[in-house]
Design a protein around this ligand. Structure first.
Ligand code: FAD
Length: 519
């Protein structure tokens, strides 16, 4: 089994089927129908939905989709496949909201488990009176629904992603990073307990102290060691409103100095992000509809054609009773920064409007048919000491405009994080998340085509390699096991050991292309 797992294999899933494997797989699937006693449903037709994701580049059709109604549906399915042994050829992938980028939630010829159906049949239980308030949720629940339900109790989770129409299991399998992570850590640091179905079909409850190896393994574990079925998510009293602020810089060093200052303060903004704008026009007029600008004429002059400009985006949360003092607090924080003074854009929105901000763009893009296009995204974690070299090589050189989508850039400090999870980060404590969130136009052959954007991504990765920038990919994607080994570095051995312990036949999550099921 060990050899089957760690042998470097050809990851093109189209090439790995053999006649014998096909026969075994067919036999296993046929017997699944007759022998599995499920409260949910196993679906064998109209499966195209399970072969699609947000990336819209990989489409591997499964043989079946399980719509579980209980944890025991998932555990029975996996136990059954496990007992068929290594030759069954059947793999299983949990699918959250399917917002992966490269087929990570797909299982060619295998079984996809639709986690949202578990989310629908299992409610949320709130425990808000103790010292550590939390909500006990199904891993198939969407974060947006957790937000709405928590607010009814006056509470909310602490750490978010920029977009909330993602499942708990999907983001906990990666990390869940956003502008709150500098203070609270990523979402994987804000979980008290998990229920997991391992690759042998065992249902295990785990915490920092109980079955901790599985607990930390599964968090950021790319779905390799088990399917998360429930999670206890830490909560805090919820604010009502948000001061949401954008300011501009022409100088990268001043911009990053201010970002780093903000993430080091004890009393700072509640959210710190930023983005790069290269050669764009018209943006500021868009912002002006929701953001009030102190000096629109000067701001437009500052933001003139062809320039590379850096935008710091921050937010301060407040409750009704703090409304009178909030402006003063914000002004005091802003007075410590060195942005261009005429470019202060301020907006006041509800907490929900702020957190669900990307959904507004989603609806607009959907209307124009531009949401379901291919998304060749690239997410990198760049050490603080290398961010200037990175910026000088990439912004304005490899990327000469940002018209294909936003580029986020903001620092986090992992010295405040729990680093026992499977998530891989650069070794330096402070590193930047740089996210190239491109959309490709399907029939284009120009600079907004899939091929062009992919070649740009490749050049960015090559610069990281040749200039020795010690970056790590976030939401990683590789084609060979050698590359995965390099990605994990000193964590690789632990990762392989956990795979052998919790999913020895490599049944789970083949779409990450790390291990291949033993044959
Ligand atoms: P899926 O795509 O369904 O699954 C992701 C992976 O996790 C797959 O390998 C799947 O098999 C596995 N998986 C799913 N559920 C489970 C489970 N219950 N147990 C075990 N494994 C499971 N990420 C950030 O960190 N910060 C952001 O701000 C952010 N913004 C985003 C904005 C948009 C518009 C999009 C599309 C993505 C964004 N992401 C962000 C990335 C996102 O967090 C990941 O792609 C996440 O995995 C998507 O969740 P999902 O529910 O769609 O998961």
């Amino acid at each position: 089994i060990l050899t089957a797992l760690i042998v470097c294999c050809d990851f093109d899933q189209n090439k790995i089927s053999s006649t014998t494997t096909d026969l075994h797989r067919h036999a296993t699937l046929t017997s699944l129908i007759t022998e599995l006693k499920l409260s949910g449903e196993l679906q064998f037709d109209n499966l195209h939905h399970a072969a699609k994701d947000f990336g819209n580049r990989y489409h591997h059709l499964p043989a079946a989709v399980l719509h579980p109604k209980s944890v025991s549906d998932i555990s029975s399915l996996i136990s059954y496949i496990f007992q068929m042994g290594p030759t069954s050829g059947v793999t299983v992938a949990a699918r959250g909201h399917g917002h992966s980028l490269e087929g990570q939630a797909q299982a060619r010829h295998g079984v996809v488990v639709n986690m949202e159906s578990l989310g629908q049949s299992h409610g949320m239980q709130f425990h808000i009176h103790g010292e550590k308030p939390f909500v006990d949720v199904s891993a198939g629940a969407l974060w947006i629904n957790i937000l709405h339900e928590s607010l009814k109790h006056g509470f909310a989770p602490k750490s978010w992603t920029d977009y909330l129409h993602l499942t708990v299991g999907g983001t906990l399998s990666n990390a869940g990073i956003s502008g709150q992570a500098f203070r609270h850590g990523p979402q994987i640091n804000n979980v008290y307990q998990l229920q997991v179905v391992t690759g042998t079909g065992q249902v295990v409850t785990c915490t920092e102290d109980m079955n901790s190896d599985l607990f930390y393994g599964v968090l950021g574990g790319l779905g390799q060691f088990g399917i998360i079925t429930r999670a206890h998510i830490s909560l805090e009293p919820a604010p009502k409103m948000v001061k949401w602020i954008r300011v501009l810089y022409s100088d990268f060093t001043t911009f990053t100095n201010d970002q780093e200052k903000l993430i080091s303060l004890d009393s700072s903004f509640d959210y710190v992000e930023g983005f790069v704008i290269i050669n764009r026009t018209g943006l500021l007029n868009n912002w002006r509809s929701s953001f009030k600008c102190k000096d629109p004429v000067q701001a437009s002059r500052f933001f003139s054609n062809g320039k590379t400009v850096f935008c710091l985006e921050v937010a301060k949360y407040f409750k009704q009773e703090e409304a009178e003092t909030i402006d003063q607090k914000v002004e005091s924080l802003l007075s410590r920064l060195n942005y261009n003074e005429s470019t202060l854009f301020v907006s006041e929105v509800s907490y929900v409007e702020f957190l669900d901000r990307v959904h507004v763009s989603e609806l607009k893009l959907q209307e124009k048919g531009l949401w379901d296009v291919p998304h060749p995204w690239l997410n990198l974690l760049v050490p603080k000491s290398k961010i200037h070299k990175f910026a000088s090589e990439v912004f304005g050189k490899i990327l000469t405009d940002t018209s294909n989508g936003p580029i986020l850039i903001y620092p986090v400090d992992k010295s405040r994080w729990n680093t026992k999870t499977s998530m891989v980060t650069p070794t330096e404590d402070i590193f930047y998340l740089v996210a190239f969130l491109s959309s490709a136009m399907p029939s284009s052959t120009g600079t907004d085509s899939l091929e062009y954007i992919l070649s740009q991504n490749k050049r960015i990765l090559e610069v990281c390699e040749t200039a020795n920038l010690e970056t790590k990919q976030y939401l990683p994607h590789y084609n060979t096991q050698e590359e995965w080994k390099t990605h994990f570095g000193s964590q690789w051995e632990v990762f392989v050991r956990r795979k052998l312990t919790y999913d020895p036949l490599a049944i789970l999550t083949p779409g990450q292309r790390i291990f291949q099921k033993g044959t």
